[in-house]
Write a protein that binds this ligand. Sequence first.
Ligand SMILES: [Zn+2]
Ligand SMILES: [Zn+2]
Length: 169
Amino acid sequence: MLVERSQIPPEGLDLRVREEPRWEGVEGLWTSLDPVEASFHLEHKGGGILATGAFMTTAVVPCSRCSEAVSIPVSDQFEVLYVGSPDGSRRDDIELSPEEMDVEFLEHDRLDLSGLLRENVLLNLPLQPLCRAECRGLCPRCGVNLNEISCQCRVHEVDPRLRPLQHLL
Ligand SMILES: [Zn+2]
Ligand SMILES: [Zn+2]
């Protein structure tokens, strides 16, 4: 979704967006991602545009231990100051923003809200999702899901230091 600078009135613009996350490069990162619900407030600031807002969605991803699908809510807030493009003349008009604020360049006087959402959603995806904190994962030997079945592998496993005594056990 693109918003032209000229579409933003002096008092600012509020938008609600529901974006289908069919984003290039995200296939394979997850099993599925629900449509992203987002709200934006856009306003003129200096020679640029300040975009603030929040989004929420749900990612269905494989548990990093047992590979079962797990639904994880993903949400965050953002605040980005868009300034003139590097070769544009507006850049000098802008007083530098506080460090915690993201600064992006405005291309062709348009805001790419889809790109903004994509970036923020990807940043907030869990790196090592777990289906539950105490997930027992898969048996490294036989591959069964140890949350569902207990296999016999561990029973026969003997501390290597005791191996010389194994025939006595
Ligand atoms: Zn798990
Ligand atoms: Zn096993």
